[in-house]
Design a protein. Structure first.
Length: 301
């Protein structure tokens, strides 16, 4: 098939309009229309249903659009690799991770990455949904579970645990629980078990719910849980890495923790030699080493 026609088809399918596609491609509407007619004739099929409000893909059109979308993603990946300088780190890097890890651990440390690579442009995408790295929805991911997608390079970074925390002011006012049964006299602050989250964390919360809690506040992300806990609303279920950056949090009831949750860094095989990926990977590993040293020092204080 004629690549130029496929390129124009992709723009039309994406825009849903010959006019808008023409504006994007700097072509007249009639030129775009001729190319689409030629493509349909070469395939001996109809790719679009035409109506007053625009264009709708036929079943055959959807199949072709899926193929051109994959081709565009692959071309974007190749372009990213070509643009990577051999000696400098610059350009856009799309990083995805969970809301909790991204907002509470990663974002506060990014200043040190920018100090070293000021020309780097990071697009930080924080969401619980697992983005498709091979399809270039993101360049690199940090996840609380080993990625299952094929063609990914993955590295286990560390393990974290969910723990119970409260401020000293809250404990002075409401008392410090010394056994699990004491939780029934406190307000628990946690992520809603119906929210997308790591299975170990959801299991921990479900177990805590069995203690006939005095009061409950659920939030759909750990940043909200942290803010409520810091403001003395109750006992929060939080990842243990927050304790290092918020020393006012007091850990409670070691027996309530979630067990080890692995943290993985992953990126597509085709970006193996990307200077941006390498710089980000090294930065994260260095920050984890520093974090571990800080935790160890705190344990001996």
């Amino acid at each position: 098939m004629d690549w130029d026609k496929l390129r124009i088809f992709h723009a039309v399918a994406d825009a849903g309009s010959l006019t808008h596609a023409g504006e994007t491609l700097n072509l007249s509407q009639s030129a775009v229309s001729r190319q689409m007619r030629g493509l349909e004739e070469s395939l001996n099929t109809t790719l679009f249903h035409r109506h007053a409000r625009g264009l709708i893909l036929t079943e055959q059109g959807e199949l072709l659009f899926d193929a051109t979308r994959a081709m565009i993603k692959r071309l974007d990946a190749a372009t990213a690799r070509i643009k990577d300088s051999e000696e400098e780190v610059f350009g856009e890097l799309r990083v995805t991770t969970t809301i909790g890890f991204g907002s509470l651990w990663l974002a506060p440390r990014l200043a040190r990455l920018y100090e070293k690579y000021p020309d780097l442009k990071i697009d930080l995408m924080l969401e619980e949904r697992v983005l498709d790295l091979p399809m270039r929805e993101a360049d690199v991911a940090i996840r609380m579970k080993e990625p299952s997608q094929a063609d990914l390079i993955r590295k286990r970074l560390m393990t974290v645990r969910m723990r119970l925390y409260a401020t000293q002011l809250y404990l002075d006012q409401r008392g410090t629980p010394t056994r699990m049964e004491d939780l029934s006299h406190h307000r628990l602050i946690c992520q809603n078990v119906r929210s997308t989250q790591v299975g170990a964390a959801a299991s921990m919360v479900n177990a805590l719910m069995g203690y006939e809690l005095d009061s409950l506040l659920t939030v759909n992300n750990y940043f909200g849980v942290l803010q409520a806990t810091l403001n003395n609303l109750g006992i929060g279920v939080l990842p243990e890495y927050v304790a290092n950056d918020f020393p006012q949090l007091v850990p409670l009831l070691e027996e309530a923790d979630s067990g080890d949750i692995p943290v993985f860094l992953a990126y597509p095989e085709e970006l193996r030699h990307s200077k941006r990926i390498g710089a980000f990977r090294d930065f994260v590993q260095d920050e984890i080493i520093t974090y571990r040293k800080q935790v160890k020092n705190q344990q001996f204080d």
